[in-house]
Design a protein around this ligand. Structure first.
Ligand code: ADE
Ligand code: ZN
Length: 323
């Protein structure tokens, strides 16, 4: 096995709904008597050409229609953990989109219960410790997010933190100041997508206005030299997703990806798969593409894997075990 598949690593930027493989979508549709607009594997697969973030989000949300029961959520989560184990992932912090399920009439208890039932057995079954992060849809209102956060807290949902995802441009961090304040007061960890399609100000605002401890993507930070200096000085973790950025046209080609420049600027970057069922690969394929494109050697691969573990919210003892 290649070193990038065996290096112990943490996956910190992963949407569990983005691990729903086309085969599982069809299986769940059949199980739940759902007629899909693209009912065959070939027709469904033909939809996976994206021009930007929104074109992906449209398919990603539509495909969630097959997730109905706790067992559906559990099967999806277990399938991810099995693949992650093969990729050398030893700790995973997994996002889910509660509002996307509530909006389809699926109760929070079904989504959380199903995902959590798979996560509960993860360490014993796959050797992967886990944490669950509730990601809020930035194209919905802050009131909606606050209501869902309150519901999660009232239900004592087993979440370690909150995130912010979905359509970035036009939905800046300033929209969610109260949400992040309430989550912080509840003792939750804070992450936010920023600088994927949005410019560098989305990254600095996520830090300054939301208190985000970790930035998901952050690639457009590279356009602001002062911000790069700050991110390097503070070693702010950036969960970069190279194959996602190529497939969503955030960068023109992998060769044009800023990751090498981010590394040479001293930034705390790690490599993640984002929505692997949609973007052509799990975390080991992201590593493999970087090796093929940039010729990264063992030193850089170890640095990226080490950053992922150090940047996780795992207990210190677990980090020490993995480093
Ligand atoms: N939801 C799932 N994947 C996402 C991404 N890459 N950016 C924003 N929202 C998302
Ligand atoms: Zn993401």
């Amino acid at each position: 096995m290649t070193i990038h598949a065996t290096l112990p690593k943490a996956e910190l930027h992963l949407h569990i709904e983005g691990t729903l493989e086309p085969e599982l979508i069809l299986e769940l549709a059949a199980r739940n008597n759902i007629t899909l607009p693209h009912p065959t594997l070939a027709e469904l697969r033909a939809q996976y050409e994206f021009t930007d973030l929104q074109s992906f989000l449209d398919l990603y949300y539509a495909n969630m229609a097959v997730l109905i029961t706790e067992a559906d959520f559990a099967d999806m989560t277990r399938a991810y953990l099995r693949r992650a184990q093969a990729a050398g992932v030893r700790h995973a912090e997994i996002m889910f989109d509660p509002q996307a399920h509530l909006g389809r009439g699926i109760p929070l208890t079904t989504a959380v219960g199903g995902i959590e039932s798979a996560l509960a057995g993860s360490e014993a079954e796959f050797g992967i410790t886990t944490g669950l992060i509730a990601a809020f849809l930035r194209d919905e209102t802050e009131e909606s997010a606050l209501a869902v956060l309150d519901e999660l807290l009232a239900a004592e949902a087993p979440i370690i933190g909150i995130g912010l995802d979905s359509a970035e441009v036009g939905n800046p961090p300033s929209k969610f100041i109260r949400l992040f304040r309430r989550a912080r007061e509840a003792g939750l960890r804070l992450v936010a997508h920023a600088g994927e399609e949005g410019d560098a100000s989305y990254v600095s605002d996520a830090l300054d206005l939301l208190g985000a401890e970790r930035i998901d993507h952050g690639i457009r930070a590279i356009e602001d030299a002062a911000l790069v200096k700050r991110l390097a000085a503070d070693q702010v973790p950036l969960t970069v997703c190279p194959l996602s950025n190529v497939r969503l046209r955030a960068v023109d080609t992998l060769a044009a990806h800023p990751l090498p420049q981010m590394l040479s600027s001293g930034l705390n970057v790690c490599v993640n798969s984002d929505d692997p069922a949609y973007f052509g690969g799990y975390v080991e394929q992201n590593f493999a593409s970087l090796v093929a494109e940039f010729g990264f050697g063992t030193d850089i691969l170890e640095r990226l894997a080490g950053n992922s573990i150090r940047s996780s919210f795992a207990a210190d003892a677990r980090k020490a075990e993995l480093l």
